[in-house]
Design a protein around this ligand. Structure first.
Ligand code: TXA
Ligand code: MG
Length: 319
């Protein structure tokens, strides 16, 4: 990670803020932008210096490629060849919390580090109005990983971004709290077969309903998302899962009506969309208390599967 050495501006999501953000991006600087999933750390995907700054600011390993954010389907199809299933998913879910991985087209113009030398690229059209306005104002592809130091909890507010990256990036565009709160689902293709590379803010069930077939998860290592490390989203404190009765001294994160007495609740009514939206903010708050964390059991269906994926990585032994 780079040393903090610059003043990080906070920009309002109005026309002056968007103009300033776009000017910084054109100058090869980094701007954290709100998306409906989590805040992204955006840089010009065609500018090798800007892309190098993204990896340095996050302390991200160079083998872990970035998602390219685009304003519209036409811009996406200029960069990659989407198979028929990909086009159907794009038609249904873009703009939205879905990333598609597809073979790069010749003459794509992206800085090589964006794809970490792979022959595929990850593409996403975010739905957040501020992200869309920034993409329109900037007028090109933005590489944007989640705006957190590598391996830490993802940011769902501008304050989370500042806490992790202040002094390492030029600006944060403050668009309030992210509505989905879980990163995009990532789908790749093994020939005609669609593969779920990362569970995310769009459920497996919703994706399969459009594909009309089960999503593969394992391709025997043929295609993977290199960033899917066991330990990720790590709070500073130790974290235990499936805890119905916490130990004395633990911060207890509840879910549903059976968790009276919990220190925090992801959703008192047991609503998985609410739990997804609150997950990272609650982990940030619980971690700030400096005590071990215990999390109540969570259903493993719909967005619950994505929440459990993040919780397992948060609980995994650290790298
Ligand atoms: O919701 C999201 O996806 C957020 C917002 C900002 O868009 N972004 C995000 O980026 O979560 P990041 O960098 O934290 O996660 C991107 C994931 C990593 O696991 C990376 O390995 C994978 O996407 N990825 C990127 N390019 C890939 C490719 N060509 N093939 C397979 N996986 C890829
Ligand atoms: Mg991330």
């Amino acid at each position: 990670m780079t040393k903090p050495s610059e003043q990080t501006e906070t920009l309002a999501p109005d026309s002056a803020g968007l103009a300033r953000a776009a000017a910084l991006l054109r100058a090869g600087r980094l701007v954290a932008m709100p998306t409906e999933t989590v805040y992204g750390l955006a840089g010009d995907a065609r500018n090798p210096d800007a892309v190098a700054r993204i990896f340095a600011a996050k302390g991200r390993p160079a083998h872990n490629p970035l998602i390219v954010h685009l304003a519209n389907l036409e811009a996406a199809l200029a960069l990659a060849d989407l198979p028929e299933t990909g086009l159907r998913l794009a038609a249904e879910f873009w703009p939205g919390p879905l990333t598609l991985v597809a073979p790069l087209r010749a003459g794509h113009g992206l800085a090589p580090a964006v794809t970490a030398g792979l022959e595929t690229v990850a593409l996403r059209l975010p739905a957040h109005p501020v992200a869309r306005a920034l993409l329109a104002e900037f007028g090109g592809p933005l590489a944007a990983p989640s705006a957190n130091p590598s391996g830490r909890i993802s940011p769902t507010t501008a304050a989370h971004v500042r806490a992790g990256l202040s002094g390492r990036i030029a600006a944060v565009l403050d668009g309030g709290a992210c509505a989905v709160g879980l990163e995009s689902a990532i789908v790749g293709f093994d020939g005609p077969r669609a593969v779920l590379l990362r569970a995310g803010g769009l459920s497996r069930e919703a994706l399969e309903a459009v594909i009309g077939a089960p999503l593969a998860t394992d391709t025997g290592g043929k295609i993977t998302a290199p960033g899917q490390l066991a330990s990720h989203y790590a709070p500073r404190a130790a974290l235990r899962l499936n805890v119905a009765t916490p130990n004395p001294g633990e911060v207890w994160i509840g879910f549903g009506p059976d968790c009276a007495g919990a220190d925090f609740s992801l959703s008192p009514t047991g609503d998985l969309a609410e739990a997804g939206a609150r997950l990272f903010a609650v982990l940030h708050q619980a971690d700030a208390l400096g005590r071990p964390i215990a999390v109540a059991p969570m259903p493993d269906t719909g967005l619950g599967a994505s929440i459990n994926d993040r919780l397992r990585r948060a609980a995994a032994p650290r790298r």
